[in-house]
Design a protein. Structure first.
Length: 202
């Protein structure tokens, strides 16, 4: 039996399984460059903070997918204020300068400099999908579509009109546009991959 649910209690087993799953499938995110302790804190924050959301997809008690979302970028930044210095210090010690620059672009909003005001407002005032992953052996079987549709249905109760996300490979972009009915609205500046911004109304 498959179950999709919002996780609201920090369970060590679920957090550790989520770290393994994210590390196995997503190697080009800021999350991947963190230490295991920071990754644990990062996911725990998404579970416990009222402005952040963590969803799990379970098949017979096995975690096969997870998703991390935030109310909007401004609230996301505020939620991580006490945690940011740990991330920055870790990245500096480990000479992850490209990742640090990408964080700087995001926090200073240089990354959306070329977007028009209307598109910036859409991003700044609605739900943002930070990370989503489905276990490799369950991919291309419809699990990703079911997972995201269930999350979107659950988020309708929140007073937001739309959801945005970023993707940097053609396969992911095609999935969101063709199967999930997202619309491409622009790009975010990143080193060294262009991040395509996609959005969809609830």
């Amino acid at each position: 039996m498959n179950i999709i649910k919002k996780i609201e209690t920090a369970d060590k087993k679920i957090i550790k399984e989520s770290i393994y799953l994210l590390d196995s499938e997503i190697q080009d995110s800021i999350f991947f460059n963190l230490s295991n302790d920071l990754k644990y804190e990062y996911i725990k924050k998404f579970i416990e903070d009222k402005n952040l959301y963590f969803y799990g997809y379970f098949s017979k008690d096995e975690l096969i997918g997870c998703a991390l979302l935030g109310n909007n970028p401004n609230e996301y930044v505020r939620s991580f204020q006490s945690f940011n210095y740990k991330i920055i210090l870790h990245l500096m010690i480990n000479l992850k300068f490209i990742t640090l620059l990408n964080i700087f672009f995001a926090y200073s909003k240089i990354d959306i400099f070329f977007l028009d005001k209307n598109k910036k407002d859409i991003i700044n005032n609605n739900i943002n999908l930070n990370l989503i992953v489905i276990k490799n052996s369950f991919q291309s079987k419809g699990f990703g579509s079911i997972f995201l549709e269930q999350i979107l249905e659950d988020l309708k109760k929140i007073e937001r009109k739309s959801i945005s996300l970023e993707a940097n490979n053609l396969k992911a972009i095609s999935f969101y546009k063709k199967k999930m009915k997202f619309t491409e609205i622009g790009y975010k500046i990143r080193l060294f991959k262009k991040q395509t911004i996609l959005m969809r109304d609830f």
